[in-house]
Design a protein around this ligand. Structure first.
Ligand SMILES: *Cc1c(COP(=O)(O)O)cnc(C)c1O
Length: 460
């Protein structure tokens, strides 16, 4: 073990392929279904929403896909991203475990999301799209897609969840600086938005509602496609650059992780870091690290949701995905980690969690902010509240190791910085935040409304 702490890779080590976990899965994935017929979705049913190259990637079982040169040229603005050993944090905790973080906050938009936004904008431009629509929660994905759209000369319309629109005016401004049109969701622009407003004029919005709006907008015009920042197979694949770099960087460090940790909203930063390690373990049939997916107690999709077919949006316009879900009309509490407030979870991640290859755990809001402050005061980086969930779990794992006399090697994904989240930090420091555990009665009620799987067997 050497004394270095910053395991920077040279530009020449930038990955030139994305990797896909599908060919290494221990069990076959269950296909997305057409909600009307209950039959597996065909590529042409996705054509109103996505360009042909991304539909092909979504359904691909190739182990690797070459990253186009134009995408690599943009990645080089900030990639390879840093992998740092958190020595000051270790010292502060007084633990003998080694804690490393892969830092994705050095991208222009401040998170891992441009890894897929750049790729999606490139393929859309290539296939003739003129405008992209999308939803955003905390604003991270919206700013990433706005940035990518400006690089590839596309128009961009963003439906931003209302609580975030109000809580985070500067994320909205950033999207507008990059040239995007931004609407507070539920909006009056779409039928889906107007329907919610008619029933709940004060609706705080949700990712599920904003997705309905963006999908409706894209489906209604020929030259417009929809873009999703997480959950789908092609998104998880684009994020594999995180783990591919981290594998080389852990080699530079002369170490191998015992634990690979990431926060989970739709699952893309976690899968981006974890799947290259997990793919290797599955192929070699060696045990490999433990994979820990961390979610908020307020939105416990993997730990308390059901593994079932459900819609990706609230209005029921998307295909049915087999995933962990809290029910598609779940409206989460306004916790300050907007990027983690989604009712579903990536199908690939759900499958692997269901079969025990990934261990989910929840953390509550106040201990998460406490961990974020400890991290900022020892390592200097102000984490995004989403990323702070991974920090909380990494600290817990190191302290549990100490109690058991285990020296652990822990690698987590620091998915973004929190420079636009100072309102949340201000509220925390003023003692205005609470812990919040999603009530069981609400979960049961939402799950009762899951769509029946028309191909038989009920939704479960
Ligand atoms: C969007 C976001 C997340 C959650 O999304 P995943 O798809 O689960 O990665 C986590 N961290 C940050 C900084 C984000 O912007």
């Amino acid at each position: 073990m050497n004394q270095r702490i910053n395991f920077q890779l040279p530009e020449s080590e930038l990955p030139t392929v994305w990797t896909n976990i599908v060919p290494d899965l221990p069990v076959a994935p269950e296909p997305p279904l057409n909600p009307g017929t209950g039959e597996p979705l065909t590529p042409d049913e996705l054509a109103p929403l996505f360009p042909p190259s991304l539909i092909e990637q979504e359904m691909s079982s190739a182990r690797t896909i070459d990253i186009p040169g134009e995408v690599l040229d943009v990645y080089r603005l900030w990639r390879p991203s840093p992998l740092i050993r958190a020595k000051n944090l270790e010292k502060h905790l007084g633990v003998s475990s080694r804690i490393y973080y892969k830092y994705e906050g050095t991208s222009p938009a401040g998170s891992h999301k441009p890894n897929t936004a750049i790729a999606q904008a490139f393929y859309n431009k290539h296939d003739g799209t003129r405008r992209l629509t999308t939803e955003t929660g905390a604003g991270q994905w919206g700013s990433a897609l706005a940035l990518a759209s400006s690089f590839f000369d596309l128009e961009c319309t963003v439906y931003m969840v209302r609580v975030s629109y109000d809580q985070k005016p500067y994320r909205r401004s950033l999207m507008q600086v990059y040239g995007a049109d931004v609407f507070s969701s539920p909006s009056r622009e779409t039928e889906a938005g107007r329907a919610v407003l008619a029933q709940y004029p004060d609706s705080p919005g949700s990712l599920g509602i904003a997705i309905s709006e963006a999908v409706e907008d894209a489906a209604g015009s020929n030259d417009t496609c929809y873009s999703l920042g997480s959950v789908l197979n092609h998104v998880l694949m684009h994020q594999s650059v995180i783990g591919l770099e981290a594998q080389k960087q852990m080699e530079l460090a002369g170490d191998q992780p015992d634990y690979v940790v990431g926060c989970c909203g739709g699952g893309s930063n976690f899968a981006g870091l974890a799947f290259p390690f997990l793919g290797d373990a599955l192929r070699s049939q060696k045990s490999g690290p433990e994979f820990i997916a961390v979610e908020p107690s307020a939105c416990p999709t993997l730990t308390r949701g059901l593994y079932a077919y459900d819609f990706g949006d609230s209005a029921g316009m998307t295909p049915l995905l087999k995933m962990h879900t809290l029910g598609h009309d779940f409206v989460p509490a306004g916790i300050h980690a907007g990027g983690l407030r989604y009712h579903g979870e990536a199908p690939l991640l759900s499958l692997l969690a269901h079969h025990g290859y990934i261990k989910p755990r929840t953390v509550n809001q106040l201990p998460t902010f406490a961990a974020a402050l400890t991290f900022a005061r020892t390592e200097g980086i102000l984490p995004a509240p989403e990323s702070a969930h991974a920090i909380r779990a990494a600290i817990d794992l190191a302290e549990e190791g100490e109690d058991r006399g285990e020296e652990r090697s822990i690698l987590f994904c620091l998915s973004g910085h929190g420079h636009f989240d100072l309102g949340a930090y201000e509220a925390y420091l003023a003692g205005e935040l609470d812990d919040y555990v999603y009530p069981e009665s609400e979960i049961t009620a939402a799950l009762d409304k899951l769509p029946k799987n028309p191909s038989g067997g009920g939704p479960r």
